[in-house]
Design a protein around this ligand. Sequence first.
Ligand code: DON
Length: 358
Amino acid sequence: MTSLDGGDLDLLNPVRTADPPGDAPFTSTGRLPSRPTVTGLLRDAHATYATLDDGTVADYIPSLAAADPGRFGISVCGVDGTSFSIGDAQDAFSIQSVSKAFTFALVCGAIGHTTVREAVGVNNTGLAFDSVMALELNGGSPRNPMVNAGALVMISLVPGDSAAAKWQFLQEGMSRFAGRRLLLDVEVYESEAATNHRNRALAALLRSYGHMSYDPLLTTDIYTRQCSLLVSARDLAVMGATLADGGVNPLTHERVVDPSVCRDTLAVMAASGLYQRSGDWLYEVGLPGKSGVSGGIVTVAPGKGGLAAYSPRLDAAGTSIRGQHAIRSLSRSLGLDLFASAPVAGPAASGTPSERTT
Ligand code: DON
């Protein structure tokens, strides 16, 4: 894959997820279903979507082309720390753009959301994650922290007076989200560092517009390291659960960020986490999400938990195809969709018009 620009969602996603059966917990309220129910639903989703062979593994970063396209894992972590995984949920892969959501949270926590919003913005570009045109159309403003240009500006805002200090801040912060020390995949890092001419160009362009406060080459290098941190689907579920849990990691019980930072991060993920397809995603899945080109996706159900998937075959916008399908289905069957509600018990629920007296 050389270009991940644009494309029609339905071309590569011909299978629409059926609505869940009538007795499924298809509302956004309450807790995750019981352990046997979650386990059964994960098993079903994995078996159903493991048969999809659409899409291609990313190869514009040469080392990513070596990924086994058949790998597929799903993981859920509740805010109470209970976790459920199926398939290749422990496979290690580079986090890539999924990292952008967590960097946004960490930097907002450190320097405040107002500064970050003024520097980066919170609106969708409507264009691909690596679009240069989006910058030119918007006077050099990246528009949001989920596209590469915005993620580069985020790196320039990371606290630290040296590249090493900035990197340490990020690696330690991401590790707190995951509840374990995350390590760099040196091969992926070196492969991307040798080929990331487009990101270097974006950083230079941002600098020319006055939107890049740190050295553009060092910024791109730190961003490339950030994208090369090794995670598993299970790690992503825990990281998502930390955002779902008001910023407290449900495994380590460590506070990583404040609740208000989680709230802002989820809003930005909802608006732009799936780039130009964020509207389709929100319409179909009803959850804030973030994808990456190595095949990871994380979604967050506030107050309930994190749901993550890994599968390297991607659609034209750079998002895992099996992962999208599995998460779309599980959002409904696990009752995570933020926009789904059911009437409360009472006259209205039984069809009788309600009357209110004052
Ligand atoms: O900057 C890049 O191109 C990669 N390191 C990350 C891109 C990415 O994951 C886009 N998401 N789907």
